[in-house]
Ligand binder design. Structure first.
Ligand code: CA
Ligand code: CA
Ligand code: CA
Length: 392
């Protein structure tokens, strides 16, 4: 009550200084008293909790390098709940920290020094337990020796937007505490994992990345960066064009193989038919004597690296009795057919339905091949050849 009276007098003095007591001031005094009543009520509520939390137990102190000591303890209990702890170092009057959890890292210590700690638990009403039993630890001498350089760094794309790294652990005179992962020769590490792996997520598809890793100890000594490794993320899942050729400038990109000894000018040529909207590519020449043994092909190198499957599509028509048109792929050092079309004389202006045939993702070449003994003087055509690769 003495405190209330003092506050009341103080407010009255302020009121007088501002122009004397008036009707309005009476209302102000009433409000002030109401507020004081409320504060008293709050104090009464808090005063109801007079029970302090239990004393924290199992306090341990462990040096983590020459300048840090880690503390942990068993949680206290309280009738209303523990709100925080108070950490005391070497008998300090004021706490050095008031963590809410049951661990604390006391950094900035001095090497080769012993520190002792106690911890007490407090509740919302300000009741604090007695201090725990003390625990002490001695920081080791300053470490000036850096860990060894990490070795065997590997970078493996596991999806179009993630690269997983791993390396062989470094050693240190005291202990390796973390690694620093650098991407694309950046000045700042992108991660500081404690283990010997790191999954670099959020990367961009079809993009090259390089990495280095260094090892650090608790005193901040870090090794030189490891040898750099590079890798490229795959494409996003989907189907992509590997090449698409309207054959109008045939044989650009293709290698022609002719067996059978026909007149070169008539072996392969660009054939533009009257009434066609697109130039046909002639695979077989005219004006040869019959019967004529055919084994001729148009092949090209392909690269399906990064694709899980591929398909080749093309238009064709031919009228060449006794000869078949084969599509072949080169896998594992050998050619093998993936489609064989028998002669069907659809006519120069009558195209077959477009063909689509699967190509092995390990194929390094494809070719169109005419094989057989021609018994007439016709032609064969292939046009609009497209190879598509699919990424799963
Ligand atoms: Ca309490
Ligand atoms: Ca060291
Ligand atoms: Ca064409």
């Amino acid at each position: 009550m003495k405190s209330m009276l003092a506050m009341f007098l103080s407010m009255l003095m302020v009121s007088l200084a501002n122009g004397g007591i008036g009707i309005g001031t009476t209302g102000g005094i009433k409000n002030a008293v109401n507020k004081l009543d409320g504060k008293v009520e709050d104090n009464k509520k808090q005063a109801l909790d007079t029970l302090a939390p239990t004393v924290p137990t199992n306090l341990t102190a462990t040096a983590a390098g020459s300048r840090q000591i880690n503390l942990s303890w068993t949680a206290s209990t309280d009738n209303g709940g523990v709100t925080n702890y108070k950490i005391y170092r070497d008998g300090s009057i004021t706490p050095v920290a008031t963590p809410t959890g049951t661990t604390y890292s006391d950094t900035g210590r001095t090497p080769s020094t012993t520190y002792s700690y106690t911890v007490c638990a407090c509740d919302a009403a300000g009741n604090c337990s007695a201090p725990s039993a003390s625990a002490s630890a001695t920081t080791p001498a300053a470490d000036i020796i850096a860990p060894t350089v990490p070795t065997n760094l590997t970078a493996t794309p596991v999806s179009y937007n993630q690269i997983n790294l791993s390396w062989t652990a470094s050693t240190d005179n005291v202990g390796v505490t973390s690694y620093r992962v650098y991407r694309n020769a950046g000045a700042t590490p992108v991660a500081t994992p404690t283990g010997t792996t790191y999954n670099d997520t959020g990367r961009t598809a079809s993009t090259a990345y390089s990495y280095t890793v260094s090892a650090c100890d608790a005193d901040g000594n870090c090794s030189a960066q490891s040898a750099s490794v590079s890798t490229t993320t795959p494409r996003q899942p989907g189907t992509y064009s590997v090449f698409s050729d309207n054959m109008d400038t045939f044989p650009t990109g293709w290698t022609l193989n002719n067996v059978g000894g026909v007149t070169p000018a008539n072996q392969w040529k660009l054939w533009t038919c009257g009434g066609c909207t697109d130039g046909h590519t002639a695979f077989a020449g005219e004006n040869h004597t019959v019967p004529n043994t055919y084994d001729r092909s148009a092949e090209r190198d392909i690269s399906l690296a990064g694709y899980s499957s591929a398909s080749l599509s093309f238009d064709s028509t031919f009228c060449l009795s006794g000869v078949s048109l084969r599509v072949e792929e080169f896998v594992g050092g050998a050619w093998s057919p993936i489609l064989t079309l028998a002669n069907e004389c659809w006519g120069v202006d009558s195209w077959r339905p477009r063909y689509t045939v699967a190509v092995s993702a390990t194929a390094t070449k494809i070719r169109f091949r005419l094989l057989g003994v021609a018994t007439d003087n016709g032609q064969a055509f292939v046009d609009n050849v497209a190879l598509a690769g699919t990424v799963n």
